[in-house]
Ligand binder design. Structure first.
Ligand SMILES: Cc1cc2nc3c(=O)[nH]c(=O)nc-3n(C[C@H](O)[C@H](O)[C@H](O)COP(=O)(O)OP(=O)(O)OC[C@H]3O[C@@H](n4cnc5c(N)ncnc54)[C@H](O)[C@@H]3O)c2cc1C
Length: 455
């Protein structure tokens, strides 16, 4: 009787410890058969942007191919579909990678109890991280780290195993019927590539192209200075262990390791503070004054569509719509603008990101937003308000990033593109005037902060 392996955010065969665990047990069982299955909710799929839909579909196609076209795909609103599938195939065990975010935990709890009622066991192993969330604790009292740097040191001390190869000697059980991989209902702007082979290829290219200079160039959205592996990590097409195993003790490598550790830190913070997926990590920020109503909605729409009149903000928002990805520096700039210039709540921006980012990750998204909002784990003693114009001059010094995503500004050469309203012909192609005065809104944001200060 085959065992089921339930693929979740671990859509790869290499260094998949939960899959190896399942395969080893199948070999022990004698029949050696593993039935690979992926489950999704069609309502969730429908709510996502075209880029997100295509990236999931391509990820599943690649996985199916690597399994000799044996992946079964189930669509149902909750895990009941998986239970029915297991009952039909008369299996006794479903194996999977353990999830530590609120949705994943709810899913696996619900599934485990339904399976138990049918005499089937859910076996959970490993995680999507080098170090399992909840493992890194202060040696003094066992509590969680609230600040990144000491977390990083302790995380690095704990360490991780070397990447594991796929267990040999098991076979994929044939699926019944044709593949039910979801078909996107919305267009993508270009053919999306995904899957384990593509992730490994992307990492190799990054090692050659940009890893050495990563510490210098990673903040430059006009350069290809980062790995672009966030999509593969979010889908589990590559495990962080595979990346970490290749890193040495050079500046670029060390900074890249630290960025991987941010992903691990946020996963740990979310695991220990489940409510912070959509609620404030620092509760006093709940009482801050935020703008609401029709005017706020109109401001949100301008931000979403990239028509605020601030080139760096608009380039970022248009990059998101066009590619399903945005550079980290620009994510911080657009997030700061939404919260500190438009005075909207961080959750508004986070849910737009969730819909459009093909690298959407619940922990990195919620805590990336909360860090920028100042209500998260930022250890800085002052309240950061990014100046979207100065950020443009600093991180897109020749204006190439802005021109790439804003066609209305392509007639402006060099860095002047960051303040097109200062030029006689700057706004001739229909690009809007700035929707607000940044220095006025900065003061307004600081005034609102003062109202919730406890000293
Ligand atoms: C408001 C906001 C929302 C974000 N939402 C997401 C999200 O939904 N999904 C997501 O993967 N990342 C998110 N990030 C983090 C970061 O922007 C992306 O991971 C990064 O831009 C991905 O590009 P890359 O793979 O080229 O990164 P690289 O610079 O090559 O970094 C390598 C990997 O390290 C991790 N990493 C790097 N920086 C961060 C960071 N600040 N926080 C957490 N992990 C990091 C990512 O897994 C990334 O793929 C968010 C950041 C902000 C400020």
């Amino acid at each position: 009787m085959a065992r089921i392996f339930w693929f979740r955010r671990d859509r790869r065969l290499g260094d998949n410890l939960a899959l190896n665990g399942c395969a080893n047990q199948a070999i022990k069982d004698g029949d050696k058969e593993v039935l690979g299955v992926f489950w999704y909710s069609s309502n969730d799929f429908e709510s996502q942007s075209g880029m997100r839909q295509h990236s999931l579909t391509e990820s599943l196609k690649a996985l199916d191919k690597s399994m000799g076209n044996t992946l079964s795909v189930i669509s149902s609103e909750d895990t009941a579909g998986l239970v029915e599938f297991a009952k039909e195939r008369k299996v006794s065990f479903i194996h999977a990678t353990e999830s530590f975010d609120p949705e994943g935990i709810a899913e696996q709890r619900q599934l485990a109890s339904k399976l138990k009622a049918n005499g089937i066991q859910l076996v959970l192993e490993d995680s999507y991280y080098a170090v399992k969330p909840g493992t890194v604790s202060k040696p003094t009292d066992g509590s969680a780290y609230r600040v990144y740097t000491p977390f990083f040191k302790a995380w690095f001390q704990i360490g991780w195993s070397a990447p594991a190869k796929l267990t040999k000697g098991f076979v994929w059980a044939a699926r019944k019927g044709v593949s039910a991989i979801p078909v996107p209902t919305k267009p993508a702007q270009f053919p999306v590539r995904a899957g384990e082979d593509f992730a490994l290829e992307t990492f190799k290219k990054f090692q050659k192209r940009a890893l050495f200079d990563y510490s210098e160039n990673r903040n430059r959205p006009d350069m290809s200075g980062t790995s672009h592996l966030s999509h593969a990590l979010a889908h589990g097409e590559i495990h962080p262990r595979t990346l970490l195993a290749e890193l040495r003790d050079t500046e670029g490598h060390n900074v890249f390791r630290k960025e991987i550790a941010w992903r691990e830190f946020y996963a740990d913070v979310l695991y220990r503070n489940q409510h912070t997926l959509d609620d404030y990590y620092e509760p006093r920020f709940k009482n801050m004054r935020y703008d609401k109503g029709a005017k706020a909605k109109a401001k949100l729409e301008r931000w979403q569509q990239g028509t605020t009149g601030f080139p760096m903000v608009d380039a970022g928002m248009r990059q998101l719509l066009a590619t399903g990805w945005m550079h980290n520096r620009v994510r911080m700039i657009v997030a700061s603008f939404l919260i500190k210039d438009l005075h909207l709540e961080w959750q508004e921006g986070a849910s737009w990101f969730e819909k459009h980012l093909s690298d959407f990750d619940p922990a990195s998204n919620s805590h990336g937003w909360q860090w920028t909002a100042g209500c998260g784990t930022d250890a800085s003693p002052y309240y950061r308000v990014f100046n979207p114009i100065l950020q443009g001059y600093k991180f897109d010094p020749d204006g190439n990033y802005v021109r790439k995503f804003i066609p209305e500004l392509r007639h402006i050469a060099g860095s002047e593109v960051h303040e097109p309203w200062l030029l006689v012909d700057g706004l001739t192609n229909g690009y809007p005037e700035p929707m607000l005065d940044h220095s006025v809104e900065r003061d307004e944001s600081l005034a609102r902060l003062k109202e919730i200060k406890v000293d």
